[in-house]
Design a binder for this molecule. Structure first.
Ligand code: P6P
Length: 339
């Protein structure tokens, strides 16, 4: 039987990439690994267990209907971070304000986590893949004190790690610590994540474009022109492309990172700044994209350089194969002032 590298072994092996980390980043990644297994267990039962499926009847600060599993996943990850001590605070898409842990151990934590505990959760009831997305930053406030808002409003370039868990036909954890991207598949018979996708690379080009064309009428002209470009026959550039839109960001991103493609969530009539959140979705995926050879912009500028000014700030997102994103940005530039 050939040796399979488990996520735990891999994290420890890579620890020497962080001589300053003194093992607390290693411990933190292990915490995320454990919490994801707890969430995975409940996601896999959704539909069977009445009290964990469906809507909670509440709305989050985004005005989105909170699913019971959204709240459950949020609580699981926060509880896991609280009990381990490396983390001094958590910002979550599901919570209006950030949480600054107030116990002595956590106040000495050197990291903060930003996360979307369960993205695409409206797909749970129809058995479509969903995901957890996370970012890890070093705190900027003094160790020993409670976390403050500045710890969470850092540009994406300050991330020291980011990743996602995709709860799909299999459950995978994909992450980066700034030295490439690696994917681990959960072996349910062992309850262990095993290295299945070493050194993941975003193909430079692709044939898949992912966008909700139901919003077409109100798209920026540059996006409309890019969609037309995708649909025109041109054999030299493998067009027409294929449209694939799952409506679950992690699933669309994951497919495009493996096969090549572009995902676009532009400004729309109901989302004048875009729908996706800079801190919980765009920054972590942008870090992963860049670390695997892809590109992530808001249509004009690199996502990772945007300085956040609000915990729940939204931006447009153009993310994927660098040749495809570059072409989309050409149209955005050319038609920037067109109404
Ligand atoms: P729309 C899910 O709510 C989500 O945040 C992403 O997972 C997904 O890509 C997007 O929104 C879908 O939004 O407006 O196309 O339904």
């Amino acid at each position: 039987m050939h040796h399979v590298t488990t996520l735990g072994e891999f994290i420890v092996q890579k620890q020497e990439d962080f001589p300053y980390a003194k093992g607390d980043l290693t411990s933190l990644l292990s915490t995320i690994r454990l919490a994801s297994k707890v969430v995975n267990r409940e996601v896999n039962k959704a539909g069977l267990v009445e009290d964990i499926s469906g809507s909670s009847g509440e709305e989050n600060i985004q005005g989105e209907d909170q699913q019971k599993l959204d709240i459950y996943a949020d609580e699981v990850f926060i509880a896991a971070m609280l009990n381990r001590g490396e983390v001094c605070g958590v910002g979550s898409e599901e919570n209006d304000e950030f949480i600054a842990f107030d116990n002595e151990t956590s106040k000495n934590g050197r990291y903060v986590i930003l996360m979307d505990p369960l993205d695409g959760s409206s797909n749970i009831d129809v058995n479509v893949s969903i995901g957890t997305i996370f970012s890890i930053y070093r705190r900027v406030s003094p160790v020993g004190e409670k976390a403050i808002i500045d710890d969470f409003l850092q540009p994406g370039t300050e991330q020291i790690a980011a990743g996602y868990v995709i709860y799909g036909s299999s459950t995978m954890l994909v992450y980066t610590t700034g030295n490439g991207v690696n994917g681990f598949t959960l072996d349910p018979s062992l309850g262990t994540y095993c290295l299945s996708h070493p050194n993941m690379r975003f193909p430079d080009d692709g044939k898949i474009y992912s966008i909700n064309e139901g919003n077409y009428i109100k798209f920026p002209e540059g996006v409309k022109q890019y969609i037309k470009y995708c649909q025109v026959r041109d054999e030299d550039t493998n067009r027409p492309y294929t449209s694939r839109y799952i409506g679950s960001l992690v699933a669309d991103y994951h497919r495009n990172m493996i096969k090549g493609g572009i995902y676009i969530y532009p400004t729309t009539e109901s989302a004048p700044n875009g729908k996706l959140r800079l801190l919980y979705e765009n920054n972590p995926l942008a870090f992963l994209a860049e670390q695997s050879g892809g590109v992530a912009t808001d249509g004009y500028q690199r996502i990772l350089t945007i300085k956040p000014n609000d915990l729940h700030q939204r931006t447009p997102l153009f993310i994927g194969s660098k040749i495809m994103v570059a072409k989309a940005m050409e149209f955005m530039k050319e038609f920037k002032n067109s109404k």
